[in-house]
Design a protein. Structure first.
Length: 283
């Protein structure tokens, strides 16, 4: 009997630990984020190419094609190095997104600790921006407004002209008015102030964006891919207002939706902490 019990004991599965669940959750999260990143970048095409190469290598291995197998094994390290160099912007963007505080904000939520006066000031700024965006939409005036969050975008602001003015709908409308010196490019808004205009933004390389969208929309998505900003895009052709955030474009939003998204942005920024007392100090 003792021998039978020992045999049964030897065939029992290992003791279950809570660490197994933790490891599974960690790998599931990493795999999910990797798939999302791959889907939204050129890496999707890369992944399909890698799958083809892996299938080809397996076929060569099982058919005992020694020359092909030797060649693939010798070039594997070089191919990895080439891929890292070619896809450096995508890899950098993935690491930035992984290190972004917005991920943890979405998972655990944030607490808005602003005072009533700060909330009223933020509401005023958001109302002025929304009013300007939809008035420019009705007038078919193109506009590109970047609202900074936690990640500072000084390198892009320096490509334009410093302003450092209080946000108002009249100011924004005048900036983007046709045939004015500041109408071309993007406007940056940070800490309730218009900090720069005529700024250049990086263009997205996302091939899933509709072909009927021009440079303004591609620039709006591009800056949202490299930062946690919220970008407001007013189409000169249709007059519709769109939003770009986290590399995703939401077209033809309502004024209520725009205000809701801006409130969410300012609430998260307040919970994450102020970036600085003065824009001049950060520059």
């Amino acid at each position: 009997m003792s021998e039978l019990l020992n045999a049964i004991r030897l065939n029992l599965p290992p003791v279950f630990h809570i660490t197994y669940i933790i490891e599974i959750l960690i790998f599931a999260f990493i795999f999910y984020e990797l798939l999302i990143w791959v889907k939204d970048t050129r890496a999707w095409t890369l992944l399909k190419g890698i799958i083809i190469i892996v299938v080809f290598a397996l076929v060569a291995y099982f058919l005992n094609l020694s020359t092909v197998t030797w060649l693939l094994s010798k070039t594997a390290t070089m191919l990895v190095t080439i891929l890292v160099v070619v896809f450096q912007p995508e890899l950098r963007r993935a690491l930035e997104n992984l290190g972004s505080k917005s991920i943890f904000a979405k998972m655990f939520g944030t607490v808005d600790s602003r005072s009533d006066s700060d909330r009223k000031s933020a509401d005023r700024v958001q109302g002025e921006i929304a009013r300007a965006a939809f008035e420019m939409g009705r007038a078919r005036t193109g506009a590109l407004i970047v609202m900074e969050n936690v990640v500072q975008l000084n390198e892009y602001e320096r490509t334009g002209i410093p302003i450092d003015a209080i946000v108002s709908s009249q100011l924004l409308i005048n900036i983007f008015e046709h045939n004015t010196p500041l109408h071309d490019g993007a406007v940056f808004i940070s800490n309730g102030r218009v900090v720069a205009a005529t700024c250049y933004l990086p263009l997205t390389e996302n091939t899933s964006i509709s072909k009927d969208l021009g440079t303004r929309h591609r620039a709006g998505v591009g800056i949202s891919e490299v930062s946690d900003s919220l970008t407001i895009i007013v189409s000169e052709e249709t007059g519709e207002v769109s939003l770009a955030e986290a590399g995703r474009l939401t077209r033809n939003v309502s004024k209520e939706e725009l205000l809701r998204r801006m409130k969410a942005l300012s609430g998260y920024k307040a919970a994450a902490g102020d970036k600085g007392k003065s824009r001049k100090d950060s520059k």
